[in-house]
Design a protein around this ligand. Structure first.
Ligand SMILES: Nc1ncnc2c1ncn2[C@@H]1O[C@H](COP(=O)(O)OP(=O)(O)OP(=O)(O)O)[C@@H](O)[C@H]1O
Length: 241
């Protein structure tokens, strides 16, 4: 069960950062000004039962990524309460944890262990990770030589091989080509069929319709709809008109 109770996340924007001590203690205009408070997520409440695939829709800047960062505890709420019952793996900025100088092979072990897999578990899944990512010929090359597609394929492959109960995917499929996207959608549907909970952010409504039973629609930080996917897509389409 995942529950958000009146969750708000504020950011301070536009505050002038002082560069010297003199500026800090002076009364000039250069003195650090208190920033404007911006609510990226504004009083959001919802609950999700295990095994649901939930899409998160909304225009640019609506607060979708912030919502997922709160869910995965990358950032903390300014107020409100978040309850997450179960382990989470996230594909937020895919490949963000990769070390450029290391090979694909080494990054599987590095990234896998950061994401909570034991060495033994990674060894067991190694073949399947490489196979799914379609990077076998380049697996001992440093990932800095990988194309963006190869990079994202490997990162996605590691993510979907995790045994966590909740999988969070933010725009991860945007980089791969059509073939790989289709393969990922199939894989995500397999993960869903195995009873895991999925959070899926995408601007591609076809992908959301393909995967999600329910959706959250965000607008200016607020949750304006929670419910069935077809209705959510209609609301989203009205918003982007
Ligand atoms: N660390 C931060 N500091 C200041 N403002 C932030 C920060 N992170 C997010 N914001 C602001 O919060 C708002 C919501 O951002 P968020 O990334 O959650 O939107 P989004 O719905 O995921 O957008 P997109 O579809 O463009 O990815 C934006 O206006 C953004 O500028």
């Amino acid at each position: 069960m995942i529950t958000f109770e009146s969750v708000t996340r504020e950011f301070s924007v536009g505050n002038y950062q002082h560069s010297t001590l003199k500026e800090l203690f002076s009364f000039s205009k250069k003195r650090p000004q208190p920033g404007k408070i911006y609510r990226a997520v504004d009083d959001v409440s919802f609950s999700i039962t295990p095994g649901q695939a939930v899409g998160v829709l909304g225009r640019n800047g609506a607060g979708k990524s912030t919502l997922l960062k709160l869910l995965t505890r990358i950032i903390a709420p300014s107020s409100g309460k978040i309850t997450v019952d179960g382990s989470i793996s996230c594909l937020l900025e895919v490949g963000a944890g990769f070390h450029h100088e290391l090979s694909g092979y080494e990054n599987i072990f590095l990234s896998g262990s950061i994401l909570g897999m034991s060495r033994k578990e990674i060894e067991t899944k190694l073949e399947s990770i490489i196979e799914f990512a379609e990077v076998r010929d380049f697996i001992y090359e440093p990932v800095k030589y990988y194309s963006s597609g190869m990079y994202v394929r490997l990162a996605f492959s590691i993510g979907v091989h995790l045994d966590s109960e909740i999988l969070v995917i933010d725009e991860a499929l945007a980089v791969g080509d059509a073939n790989f996207q289709a393969k990922c959608l199939k894989k995500i549907n397999e993960v869903k069929a195995s009873g895991k909970t999925i959070f899926f952010v995408s601007h591609n409504v076809n992908q959301v319709e393909n995967i999600c039973d329910a959706c959250l629609v965000m607008e200016k930080g607020q949750l304006i709809y929670q419910g069935e996917t077809t209705q959510a897509v209609e609301i989203y389409n009205q918003l982007i008109k």
